[in-house]
Design a protein around this ligand. Structure first.
Ligand SMILES: [Zn+2]
Length: 109
């Protein structure tokens, strides 16, 4: 849960971090968002992708909502619906010494 140090605004507690190999993308379930942020949930159900207050949101086919701060994104442009992170694959590929263009990455721990 994130709190603004300036005004004390506290966001809803539903957003979680544990997506494998992603540093900045957070997610919650659609039903959680419906409870905590109903307007955003309704918009996502119709449009599947929403840009709001500097954050990109995407509804996945499995009923999860992912989000990322646009400025942390590989493609920060709000019109670009990608939630990819900048160097995640390059970084991992470097760690395991594999070519950068390989599509499937090995687990690193
Ligand atoms: Zn604030």
């Amino acid at each position: 849960m994130r709190v603004c140090p300036k005004c004390g605004y506290t966001e809803s507690p539903i957003w979680r971090n544990r997506m494998a190999k992603r540093m900045y993308v957070q997610f919650c379930r659609l039903d959680e968002l419906e409870t905590w942020e109903p307007e955003l949930a309704e918009k996502l159900k119709v449009e599947k992708y929403v840009f709001l207050d500097g954050v990109k949101y995407r509804l996945t086919p499995r009923g999860y909502v992912e989000r990322i701060d646009a400025f942390l994104c590989k493609h920060p442009d709000p019109r670009n619906k990608s939630l990819s992170e900048p160097t995640q694959e390059k970084h991992l590929a470097k760690l395991i010494g594999q070519p950068l263009n390989q599509t499937k990455l090995l687990e690193v721990s």
